[in-house]
Design a protein around this ligand. Structure first.
Ligand code: SF4
Length: 344
């Protein structure tokens, strides 16, 4: 359920404008038996210090491929980074050697996946899993790592942390396991945390607690977060800015108010109209008709053309240039571009 306008405004915070990450014109493809899938087709965005950027869109739009490319988790082959940069601290992660990338992962950049059980090693006590990064990457002594691990468990809300350090993942509930995964991801104090559908596998009450935890952690640690999700309720609660993806492209970016209350791209409007909102009646919900285009041979023009009620002739022929509606609000749609009239 998406929050009301006032609730969304109440959760807005000032963003520091120091860039942590820049993704520039990223193109990623996968070779399959059916041909080449063009999963990312020129993804570009910045992430600023201490902000939460939510990347949203239907499944298959490229959200997780974007996250995995930043983390260096694209298997090559079958994947191929065909073009583009991922700049973190002025270093291009795409060109980094595997050994250097491993040092960055887990220390400067961490990732949390959907299912906490697969992220934890069932055969190791959680104390060992928590201290591993500190011992390997930060070269802390056993005693110092142990103390920090207990502090971290405390911070993520695990009661009796000393006793629980000796327990195994199966001795914790799903929500507690996700708290431990978050503790492991943050223990080396990364600058960037990527959370891929971090609450999808949890029930609604636990989801709310984990989201509160994200908000608290960001206040305390100032970490920048990329949140990958299809859940606009989650986005309304914790995001500062939103990037909407469709068919391997970011088609609209804006701060939370701009995307929720003055969306410009017909796809963004469709997404918002298709999920329950406190200020919408059930009968006002409208699913987006049709399906996304085939990324084996993506259209040369706007990929939303076949589903868009406002499509013009030019839309199917030429991809629209980005139009700046404000310093933070950018949209790729011919409706925003005066030149579309020249084509009609
Ligand atoms: Fe619709 Fe054309 Fe805008 Fe694409 S560019 S969203 S088809 S109006």
């Amino acid at each position: 359920m998406i929050l009301t306008k006032q609730q969304v405004l109440n959760t807005n915070k000032a963003i520091v404008t120091e860039k942590v990450l820049t993704v520039e014109d990223l193109h990623v493809s996968f070779t399959t038996f059916g041909g080449e899938v063009q999963a990312l087709r020129g993804v570009t965005f910045d992430l600023y210090k201490g902000e939460t950027l939510a990347i949203v869109g239907e499944s298959g739009c490229g959200k997780s491929v974007t996250a995995n490319t930043i983390m260096g988790l694209i298997p090559q082959p079958p994947g191929k980074i065909k073009n583009g940069k991922v700049l973190f601290k002025e270093k291009n992660l795409v060109k980094m050697s595997k050994s250097r990338l491993r040092k960055v992962q887990g220390v400067d950049i961490s990732m949390i996946f959907q299912d906490p059980m697969t992220a934890l090693n069932p055969t190791l006590q959680i104390g060992e899993q928590l201290t591993e990064g500190l011992r390997t990457h930060q070269k802390l002594s056993k005693a110092a790592a142990y103390t920090k691990a207990i502090e971290m468990l405390n911070m993520v809300g695990i009661p009796n942390p000393k006793e629980r350090m000796k327990q195994y993942p199966h001795q914790f509930s799903g929500g507690m396991r996700q708290r431990i995964v978050i503790a492991i991801a943050l223990i080396c104090e990364p600058e960037l945390l990527i959370a891929d559908e971090p609450t999808t596998a949890l029930d609604v009450t636990i989801q709310a607690q984990i989201l509160e935890l994200f908000i608290e952690i960001q206040k305390k640690m100032g970490v920048s977060i990329i949140l990958i999700t299809h859940d606009l309720g989650v986005v309304a609660k914790i995001a500062d800015r939103i990037a909407v993806m469709y068919a391997g492209k970011i088609i609209e970016t804006g701060d939370k108010r701009e995307i929720f209350y003055t969306p410009q791209h017909p796809y963004t409007k469709g997404l918002l109209n298709s999920v329950p909102r406190l200020d919408l009646l059930e009968e006002e919900l409208q699913p987006i008709e049709g399906t996304p285009p085939d990324l084996f041979s993506p259209p040369k023009g706007c990929p939303f053309t076949d589903r868009c009620p406002f499509a013009m002739e030019v839309c199917g022929e030429v991809y629209p240039e980005s139009t700046e509606r404000s310093k933070t609000h950018v949209v790729d749609c011919w409706l925003q571009d005066e030149r579309s009239k020249l084509f009609s």
